[in-house]
Structure formats: structure tokens, C-alpha cells
Design a binder for this molecule. Structure first.
Ligand code: SF4
Length: 355
């Protein structure tokens, strides 16, 4: 690395390069995440993490960046919009019970791959300018408190639903980080702009936002349909409706999302009509079709069994007339023999909804 670097100038260059590479914004955070660490420990103590043991396992590494990467002096935080243009609105899908409502971030290519590749390009630009420097890139891939880091880097504030919000872009964006040994000056935090609003708390289908900034994952549809490997608790099945992969409700109702910018990234465009497709059509996919059609998509990570489990719950919630009801029952029954015990139990629950 060069000696006597002008770090102010380098910081400005990093922000410009980030934009050139396609990120919407970049900022710098220091490595003091003590406040976020307190919040995390409080959340863990209340068991709000459910079965996500990895959240507790990495302990201090999450909020003491130097325990993860010893020479870290500052963190470059970036954000990337993901909302494709011209989608059937999510709020119109959740009221058409025969359609699948899939979280908007998961309709296209796996964001981990997209962001990692852009972060590597950014690190490469820095290397070309100053020579080798110590760094590691992350995107939701290690014990990194990405929202707290982004907040400290001036990219927004953590809303009462616990997502990051930006006053010019809402909340439909991904985050990524570069831990670095460069002593870059941290940016200023943005103000907190939720005010007295509690819309996300009121409208959560399963009352998962148990208090401002406190999401009980055990009640959260994103957790129940993605992270959860076991049965979906019966008490939440009707409230889940047709949300078969994640849930966007707390973001959809947030007034700041009127400032959402759509993305130009081709990678985030919907694949296989996942933005507007019937539950029964998805349920009829064989395992091979599932694996082929979700190649390179974040949905593939949950596996075919959890996919079928979620779809069975969605189908059990379809409101329909007598004629279609018989078709639904026949479709559900046709899958019984070939399904695992977990999926069978959800199919039987769905069949019971049509008694
Ligand atoms: S819905 Fe209201 S309270 Fe919730 S994150 Fe948005 S502004 Fe904050």
C-alpha cells in the first residue's frame, strides 16, 4: 500500500466507484457496534431468534468487527436497490388467495452472488489505486451486523420493523460490506424518521413486531417460511395466507416506500413468472423442476420439502367456489403418497380447510 495516502480523497473516490459499479450509495462506518451488540443480546435473551442458533453462536464476533477480521479499522457499507419495474403489486397478490405471494427480493437471481461480485470490483478499484490493502467482502454471509453498520455509515435508519430505511429510497435494497484496514473517516448517521408511525406493527399478519425494533422471529412469516426447517406452527397457518416465501407486508405499508426506486439490474428481474403465478402450478412442480427453475435463485436454498410445505399452507388458505375446490382437493391428494411426513401433515391440514 502507498505511504502518505490522502484518505479523504480516497473516501470520495470509493463512493464514486461504488456508484459507477452500480450501487446506489456507499458510506463508511467505524467499528464500534456496542449499541447494536446490546440490542442483539437483549433480542437473544428473549429467545426471539427461534432456531437460528447461529445468531447466538458467533457471539461478540457480530458486534466486535476486529474479532471477525483482526485488522479492521473501518467498514465500507453499500446499498443496491432490488425492486424490478412493472411487477404485479404485492398487495394485489396477497388478496388473490389462489396466487403465490413471494417476497420481492427473491424473484430473480440470488443477491449474494450479484453483490459479492460488485463488492469485489470495488475492492479491485481500490487496489488499483493504492496497491494491496487488507479487506474482506461480505453480503449477508457471515456474522456481520449489516443494518447497524449501514446505519452508522449514513445509509439510513433502522425502522420500527427493524429493516433499514432511506429517506430517498425506502427499504427495498440489499446491503453489502467491505471490512478494511484503511483508516477511513466515518460518515454521519442519518436521523430517525419513523416518528409516531406504527403502521408496520399494526399490519404485520402474525403480530411479529412485538415492540418497536423488536421482531420475534418465531412469529415472523419470513422466518417461518425460510429459516424454519420444521412444521409451520398451526396457530400461524391461516394468517400466513398465500405468503409462500418470505413476507413484505411491513415494507409494503411503510410510507417511506413511496420513494422506492426500481432497479435496472437484469439479475433481479423475475424468473419463471414468480411475480404472478398460481399456487397450484407451483405445487405441481416436481423436485427436478424445482431444482431447475430455481437454479441461481435464493429460493433454492430452502429445498423442495420446505417449498412444498409452504405451498400446502398457501393452498389450504385459498378461498374458492365448489368447482375449483374439487380440483384443489384432487391436486393435494395426488401429492400425498410421494411426500415426506412433514409435507403430508401440511397437506392434510390444507385438506381439512376444505371440509
Ligand atoms: S411503517 Fe412507520 S414505523 Fe414502520 S418502519 Fe415505516 S415509518 Fe417506521
Amino acid at each position: 500500500m502507498q505511504q502518505n495516502l490522502d484518505y479523504q480523497h480516497l473516501k470520495a473516490q470509493i463512493k464514486n466507484w461504488a456508484l459507477e459499479i452500480g450501487f446506489q450509495q456507499a458510506g463508511i462506518s467505524d467499528v464500534n457496534l456496542n449499541e447494536a451488540g446490546k440490542h442483539l443480546n437483549n433480542w437473544l435473551q428473549k429467545q426471539y431468534h427461534g432456531d437460528m442458533e447461529y445468531m447466538a453462536r458467533h457471539g461478540e464476533k457480530r458486534y466486535i468487527p476486529k474479532q471477525l477480521i483482526p485488522d479492521t479499522l473501518s467498514i465500507i457499507s453499500v446499498r443496491l436497490d432490488y425492486m424490478p419495474a412493472h411487477l404485479t403489486p404485492y398487495e394485489s397478490l396477497t388478496i388473490q388467495s389462489n396466487k403465490a405471494a413471494i417476497s420481492r427480493y427473491a424473484l430473480g437471481r440470488d443477491y449474494h452472488k450479484v453483490i459479492r461480485s460488485k463488492l469485489k470490483k470495488l475492492a479491485q478499484k481500490i487496489t488499483e489505486e493504492i496497491g494491496d490493502f487488507g479487506h474482506r467482502v461480505f453480503t449477508d454471509s457471515a456474522p456481520v451486523m449489516e443494518k447497524a453498520i449501514a446505519e452508522k455509515a449514513g445509509l439510513g435508519w433502522i425502522g420500527k420493523h427493524s429493516n433499514l430505511l432511506n429517506s430517498k429510497a425506502g427499504s427495498y435494497f440489499f446491503l453489502g460490506e467491505i471490512y478494511t484496514d484503511l483508516p477511513l473517516e466515518p460518515d454521519q448517521k442519518q436521523g430517525f424518521h419513523c416518528g409516531s408511525c406504527t403502521q408496520c406493527i399494526q399490519d404485520c399478519p402474525t403480530d411479529a413486531i412485538v415492540a418497536p425494533f423488536q421482531v420475534d422471529a418465531r412469529r415472523c412469516i419470513s422466518y417461518l417460511t425460510i429459516e424454519n426447517k420444521g412444521p409451520i406452527p398451526v396457530e400461524f397457518r391461516q394468517a400466513i395466507g398465500n405468503r409462500i416465501y418470505g413476507c413484505d407486508d411491513c415494507q409494503v405499508v411503510c410510507p417511506w416506500n413511496k420513494f422506492t426506486h426500481t432497479t435496472h439490474e437484469l439479475d433481479f428481474q423475475p424468473r419463471n413468472d414468480l411475480d404472478d403465478i398460481q399456487l397450484l402450478e407451483l405445487f405441481n412442480w416436481t423436485e427436478n423442476e424445482f431444482l431447475n427453475k430455481t437454479q441461481g435463485s435464493p429460493i433454492r436454498r430452502i429445498g423442495y420439502e420446505a417449498w412444498q410445505r409452504n405451498l400446502a399452507v398457501g393452498i389450504g388458505n385459498i378461498k374458492t367456489n365448489e368447482k375449483t375446490k374439487q380440483k384443489i382437493i384432487a391436486t393435494l391428494k395426488a401429492k400425498l403418497d410421494e411426500s415426506s411426513d412433514l409435507v403430508k401433515e401440511h397437506i392434510n391440514w390444507a385438506l381439512n380447510q376444505f371440509q
